[in-house]
Write a protein that binds this ligand. Sequence first.
Ligand SMILES: *Cc1c(COP(=O)(O)O)cnc(C)c1O
Length: 480
Amino acid sequence: MTDFRERITAAYDAESFRRQGRQLVESLADYLAQAQRGDGLPVLPWASPAVNVDRFATAFPEEPTGSFPELVARVLSGSNHLHHPRYVGHQVTAPVPLAALCDAVSSLLNNGMAVYEMGPVSTAMERHVLRWMAARLGLPETADGVLTSGGSLGNLTALLAARQAKAGYDAWNDGAHAGPPLAALVASTAHYSLSRATRVMGWGAQGLIPVPVDEHFRLRPEALAPALEKATLAGRKVIAVVASAGSTATGAFDPLEAVADFCEQHGLWFHVDAAHGASAVLSAPHRHQVRGLDRADSIVWDAHKGLLMPALITAVLFRDGARSFEAFAQEASYLFEGTERPWSDVAQRTMECTKEMMALKLYTCLSVLGTRLFADAVTESYAQTRRFAERLSATSDFQVPVSPDCNILCFRHTPAHVPPEEWDGLQARLRERLVTRGDFYLVQTKLPGGVYLRVTLINPLTTDADLDALMEALRTAARR
Ligand SMILES: *Cc1c(COP(=O)(O)O)cnc(C)c1O
């Protein structure tokens, strides 16, 4: 047991922490500089899952023999480098480095948030961050919400509240079958987390009714009434319409004003999955694209998408803040005392019980770096995406199916020397080649017109020259 005392004292030793921390910050800073220059570093050092499992095979020694710096070096070199200017892949940002330092603070303090006393500072910060977001969105003073772990959970949280508000029966306590089967209308292009959420709630496959989109991949508002009628005739009680502000495949913004009008006319809950695109409200030139967002009953906004934050920080905001308490209308008497519902015990309103000090990162970065940086990052990424779309469209060997609404762009390489029936296969091969070589990290998607390459210009370090290089790399790869 004395042996244990010694070991535990060593593991928690403040001086070792200081030493390791200094060393860590040094190597992270070197890494960051190298990743941002991009030179000599593959964006993704591609290796198969089996190879990486082998590389990290370990028997976990019983004695403290492992080397932290060595392990960190292997983690850094084997990972996908989101700060590389040629990372133009999924909707995950290159986080502003200050946020990473906040993560260390959060992990050390481990103030788990569930109840106020377990996170007095982060609870207060969460309130201010949500207030700031609600104000940017144009929501009224009565708005409130919570931070949660990702847009997927955010959508479920919002739809649970929608159900309590609109089902006409207490599905939370009496079950999903205590009344007519429920449904929500949603653009056919919506994120899959919505169909997960409705299935989790027991609405089944018919619980989410797809509404057709137009040639810009935006929900067609005139298709809402027939969809509602059809669902009603089929015995479904439709309680909500979900619009996307920034759909996943093409980044399309649904016409929010028109959907808001429809919801108002029919007494439906209006939820906007703005996980990707809510940040547009920060940008004066692009704010008009989310006009009508301020009429939503609930909104999901991912800070790890449009606000340069590391995963995961998602705001679920309710126009009527009291609704936020209805998502999980459950009593847990060992945690929450009494019958009143103080806003400050945030776990009453999230799926999580314990959660990370999420607000710390966003609050700190907004305070220290100022809000203009974040607004300009949105403006610049949207503008850069448009410029890239224009350059692609001006060529004869690239096609852009739809001009971008935000910083997501689909396109494909269609060189004359490849017959059109082989274009789908070509896109997949080109992507594989560029990604496995580590030249670029981009993704692909399937649209009605076929297979397309897809970029999200979410890394503020990407330049127009990098995107020109991407075009050239695709041309070269296609000629091979
Ligand atoms: C990213 C995204 C989600 C899922 O969010 P996570 O934070 O990855 O869980 C949901 N909806 C939309 C529109 C998204 O862009």
